[in-house]
Write a protein that binds this ligand. Structure first.
Ligand code: FE2
Ligand code: FE2
Length: 166
């Protein structure tokens, strides 16, 4: 990283890189959870759910891109192995072994709620210490908030539709 660019970071850079690598591990797991969820999901409103899950997968991948670019700028190395995703993740991985739409939505809503907690905490840490990272995290957090909203709204429609069928 450029010397000046590193100087303006007013916190332990190694600690920051580690936090960003933990978030990067979350993003890869979230990406795959959405991607494979979109392949296996079954039930009412399947097409709408597949479209949303696929869009979210793409956006989680773009978050991984943003985080890894910043890690490299800070002089770090993005996690190099999938085994590290499992040991470093904050939010874990929910295997979509029940393909029913509502169950898949519940799992991913839970994941988004965890992501919102993680990024909100990262915002607090970087607010004063590193405005550049702060700005990246803010962009990601705004999308995680949208993701939670989109999935919750799909789940609401699903529940309404099923209750009106009698
Ligand atoms: Fe994300
Ligand atoms: Fe998300």
């Amino acid at each position: 990283m450029g010397q000046k660019g590193r100087e303006i970071v007013k916190m332990d850079v190694g600690k920051l890189i580690n936090l960003l690598n933990k978030a990067l591990s979350d993003e890869w797991l979230a990406y795959y959870q959405y991607w494979v969820g979109a392949k296996v999901v079954k039930g009412p409103m399947k097409d709408a759910v597949i479209a949303e899950l696929s869009l979210h997968a793409t956006e989680e991948l773009s978050h991984a891109e943003l985080l890894s670019t910043r890690i490299i700028q800070l002089g770090g190395t993005p996690v190099l192995s999938p085994e590290d995703w499992i040991t470093m993740t904050n939010c874990g991985y929910d295997k979509p072994d029940d393909p029913y739409v509502e169950e898949i939505l519940n799992q991913n809503i839970k994941g988004e709620q965890c992501a919102i907690r993680v990024y909100s905490n990262l915002l607090d840490i970087t607010r004063e210490a590193d405005p550049v990272t702060y700005n990246i995290i803010l962009t990601i957090l705004s999308q995680e908030v949208e993701h939670e909203e989109d999935l919750s709204s799909l789940r609401e429609d699903l529940v309404l539709m099923l209750s009106n069928r009698k």
